[in-house]
Design a binder for this molecule. Structure first.
Ligand code: SF4
Ligand code: SF4
Length: 343
C-alpha cells in the first residue's frame, strides 16, 4: 500500500495563504456543505494557539463551517460552554459559529463503540454525531504527560466529553488539595457515586470513583484537580487511551488534519499563561492520516533540533508511543511521503 501523503507548506511569512491552499485541497475532496473545524481556542493568557487570522479564508471554501470543541476537565474559562464560547470570541474565533459538542458542561455525550485496547465505548461530545466531514486544526507543541500534542491528541482527548476525558485519565482519580479545601461539602453532595467523604477536608475513595470529574467543576475553591503526577507506565496508558478515542472520533466520518508547527512551546495551550516558543516557526502540514501528520511534524521538529526530540529532553516522556500504538490499532501509518507545497 502507498504511504500517506503529507503536504508541507514552509513559507512562514504567509501562513494564511498556506492555510487557504490547504482548504482548497480539502474543498475539492469534501465539496459543499457542513464542515466542523476542530480547534483549540487557547486558555486565558496563552497566545501560541493557532491564530484565527490564519484560518479566515475558510469561510470562502466552506460557508457552513463551524468551530467545534468540547469542554475541558480542569477549572478554567473552557470548563463550561458559556465562558468557553466567550474565551473563543475573545481570542479571535469570532467569524464562524462555535459549537461546544458536549453541551453546557459535558452532559451531551455520545457513546461510540470502538472495542480496542482498554476502550469498549468512547464517550465523545454528543454533537459530534452531527458532523460527517471535519478538519482537525492542531498546534504542534509539547505536553508533560504525552511528550507532544498534535492531531491525535487534538481529536482523541479534545473530542472526549467530560466523562470521556476523565475515562482517559481514569487510571488516576482526582486529588484534593487539602490546603485549598474549605470543607463546604459541595463535592460530597454532588458526587454521583458517594466517593467523596468529609473530615477536616474532603477525601476521594479511588475505589469508588468513576472518573466523571464533576467534583472538579463544582468545587468553589479549585481544591480538586486531575492528578498530573503520573508514572512512565501511566503516561503510556494515557497515550493509548487517547489513540483509542481518536479511532472512535474518526469512525464513520471523513477527516483532514492540519498541523501548525508555529509558536512551538514545551507545554500545551491549556495553561493560562504566556509561554515562550523555544524554536522558530516551521510551517504547516496537511494529511488525511493523523499518525502520518504527527510523525512528520515530530520529524521536522527533530531535524531542526539536531536530531534530538526536544519534548523528550524536556519532559522525559517518549511521545512516539502514541504513534506506534496508533499505527498498531489502524489509525494511520508512520511512513509517509512528504510533498513540499510552494508558497
Ligand atoms: S470524579 Fe466523579 S465519581 Fe470521582 S469523586 Fe469526583 S464526582 Fe465523584
Ligand atoms: S467542594 Fe471543594 S472546598 Fe468544598 S469540600 Fe469539596 S474539595 Fe473541599
Amino acid at each position: 500500500m502507498d504511504s500517506p501523503v503529507v503536504y508541507f507548506y514552509g513559507d512562514v511569512s504567509s501562513l494564511r495563504r498556506g492555510a487557504a491552499g490547504f482548504f482548497d485541497i480539502i474543498q475539492k475532496d469534501y465539496g459543499a456543505g457542513r464542515v466542523g473545524l476542530k480547534v483549540h481556542f487557547g486558555e486565558g493568557r496563552n497566545d501560541t494557539y493557532v491564530r484565527p487570522e490564519w484560518l479566515m479564508d475558510v469561510k470562502s471554501f466552506f460557508p457552513e463551517a463551524a468551530f467545534v470543541e468540547c469542554n475541558v476537565l480542569y477549572r478554567g474559562h473552557r470548563t463550561v460552554r458559556e465562558s468557553h464560547v466567550a474565551m473563543a470570541r475573545s481570542h479571535g474565533f469570532d467569524f464562524l459559529p462555535v459549537d461546544i459538542l458536549d453541551g453546557e458542561s459535558g452532559e451531551l455525550q455520545a457513546e461510540v463503540p470502538v472495542n480496542v485496547g482498554r476502550t469498549m465505548k468512547a464517550k465523545l461530545g454528543g454533537n459530534l454525531l452531527n458532523y460527517k466531514r471535519l478538519v482537525a486544526i492542531s498546534h504542534f507543541k509539547g505536553h508533560m504527560a504525552t511528550g507532544f500534542g498534535g492531531a491525535l491528541k487534538n481529536i482523541g482527548m479534545g473530542l472526549g466529553s467530560r466523562a470521556g476525558k476523565m475515562d482517559m485519565h481514569s487510571i488516576v482519580s482526582p486529588i484534593v488539595r487539602g490546603d485549598r479545601c474549605v470543607a463546604c461539602g459541595t463535592c460530597v453532595r454532588d458526587c454521583p457515586v458517594g466517593a467523596v467523604s468529609l473530615g477536616t477536608v474532603a477525601s476521594i475513595d479511588s475505589g469508588k470513583c468513576i472518573g466523571c470529574a464533576h467534583c472538579i467543576s463544582v468545587c468553589p475553591s479549585s481544591a480538586i484537580d486531575i492528578n498530573w503526577n503520573m508514572s512512565h507506565e501511566v503516561n503510556r496508558v494515557l497515550m493509548e487511551k487517547i489513540a483509542e478515542y481518536a479511532l472512535a472520533a474518526i469512525k464513520g466520518r471523513r477527516w483532514w488534519f492540519i498541523n501548525f508547527i508555529t509558536g512551538v512551546t514545551y507545554d500545551c495551550d491549556c495553561f493560562d499563561l504566556k509561554q515562550e516558543p523555544f524554536m522558530g516557526d516551521l510551517g504547516i502540514l496537511l494529511s488525511r492520516d493523523p499518525v502520518a501528520v504527527d510523525q512528520a511534524s515530530l520529524d521536522l521538529v527533530k531535524e531542526k533540533n539536531k536530531g534530538i526530540d526536544p519534548f523528550f529532553k524536556k519532559h522525559g516522556v517518549d511521545g512516539t508511543h502514541i504513534l506506534e500504538y496508533g499505527e498498531k490499532i489502524g489509525l494511520g501509518a508512520r511512513e509517509y511521503e512528504l510533498k513540499k507545497v510552494c508558497g
